[in-house]
Design a protein around this ligand. Structure first.
Ligand code: ATP
Ligand code: MG
Length: 408
């Protein structure tokens, strides 16, 4: 075990472009990191020299440090995580820390040292440090080769204020912006493949997500709710989802299926879902709705039908997957870790009371005419009231303050 304290250096890309707002984004990311690393042996998280640095408690082994690194790599806002050691501003210590850091890299053939000092009061220039540390590493790893252009590993040495930081192992993060820096959205979460990926994409842009799932309960079992809960637990690892509201839609769908023209049923179900999602969004202080729709993928996702459902709400509807192919969505779901859960069969409200020939080019006037048969506004209130919240860990989330309702 190294004599030096382990550190993970967090690099970001987009936050660096934020000009005078940068501090706000950095603080958001810092707080998300602190919360998501709760329970890990972390001494402190600090901003140093334009980056965030996670100081790991002395005595932490490689395996646990590596779990910290991989947890960080999943957090929106982090472009890269580099792991290494903190030591004194002393060239002998720096040389030893470089050996320890390179020892942590599993497979490589070529390497290069890149040193930098934030103040010129350190007596050795960056060029000289490259030479000295490079020569020492050549001795310590005689079978490895120095390569100036595109090496397998960069050994970075940074002398910052009173300390030096030396790191070599590095993994890519998922990039984007820290959750909570782009506001709150309501995301329509089915137990299917697409909507978890859509949720994930919008979360990576810094949105804090509140899921809404419509189950066929009490007309079906609650299987889809369990699957959505499992999906939320995967998303939770990135700190992006605060809640999921489970909404039992079965009885309302049944009413629609008994009265409305069969071809319009799906559109009416979907308009009702959007309206309930909008009501929940208002109650939560969320300002947009997100779906996993992809143009033309199924009957309800033609342009006409998308228009007919969009017209049900005033809030903007974001569709992060609208131009993405199913194969790409599947690959993303696999990477995210939701694919297996989504591949399980569960009847949700969408499989309930499906017509044989759903309309593919809905006419809004006809849809509104059919919808007028039902007390929609009352249903929306009933369903939003009946929605059951399940909570997840989302560091940026603060529930909206409830105002006393005037109508009761
Ligand atoms: P997914 O794979 O996300 O289920 P899909 O390909 O099955 O999508 P649709 O059934 O037309 O397509 O659903 C389109 C979008 O509507 C979904 O991505 C999701 O955002 C939303 N949605 C569908 N069913 C539900 C549901 N039961 N609860 C909440 N949202 C839903
Ligand atoms: Mg579906």
């Amino acid at each position: 075990m190294s004599q030096f304290q382990r550190v993970c250096l967090v690099h970001y890309h987009e936050i660096g472009l934020k000009g005078h707002n940068r501090k706000v984004f950095e603080m958001r990311l810092l707080r998300n990191i602190e919360a998501m690393l709760e329970g890990f042996p972390v001494a402190t998280v600090m901003r140093i020299s334009g980056r965030l640095c996670v100081f790991i408690k002395e005595g932490t082994d490689f395996e646990l440090a590596s779990r910290i690194e991989h947890t960080l790599a999943k957090l929106p806002g982090i472009a890269r995580v580099s792991c290494g050691y903190k030591c004194d501003r002393d060239i002998e210590q720096i040389k030893q820390a470089a050996v320890d850091a390179l020892n942590d890299v599993s497979q490589f053939v070529t390497f290069k040292v890149a040193a930098r000092r934030s103040h010129t009061d350190f007596p050795i220039s960056s060029m000289d440090m490259n030479q000295i540390v490079g020569a020492h590493l050549c001795q310590a790893f005689p079978e490895k080769i120095v390569k100036m252009h595109d090496p397998d590993v960069m050994v970075r040495v940074e002398v910052i204020q009173g300390n030096a930081y030396v790191y070599a192992a590095s993994i890519r993060g998922i990039g984007g912006l820290p959750v909570g820096s782009s506001g709150r959205v309501v995301t329509l979460l089915s137990s299917g493949i697409d909507s978890p990926v859509a949720t994930w994409r919008i979360a990576r842009r810094g949105a804090e997500c509140i899921g809404v799932h419509f189950s066929g309960r009490p007309q079906t079992a609650s299987t889809s709710e369990y699957l959505v809960d499992d999906i939320a637990k995967v998303l939770e690892k990135t700190g992006c989802i605060a809640r999921v509201y489970m909404v039992p839609l079965g009885d309302y769908q049944r009413e629609i299926s008994l009265e409305a023209p069969p071809s319009l049923r799906v559109i009416l179900y979907r308009r009702l879902m959007f309206k309930v999602a909008q009501e929940i969004a208002r109650r939560e202080g969320a300002k947009a709705i997100v779906t996993g729709e992809s143009l033309g993928q199924v009957a309800s996702q033609t342009i006409d039908n998308i228009n007919a459902t969009n017209a049900a709400v005033e809030m903007p509807v974001f569709r992060p997957l609208i131009g993405t192919d199913k194969q790409e969505i599947i690959a993303e779901a696999q990477e995210l870790g939701t694919f297996e859960i989504s591949s399980q069969d569960a009847p949700d409200c969408c499989t309930l009371f499906m017509p044989r020939n759903p309309e593919t080019h809905a006419n809004l006037e006809k849809v509104l005419e059919a919808e007028a048969l039902f007390p929609i506004e009352q249903w929306v209130r009933e369903l939003a009231d009946a929605a059951e919240p399940h909570d997840y860990r989302c560091p940026s989330y603060k529930p909206k303050k409830k105002r006393p309702r005037k109508d009761v």
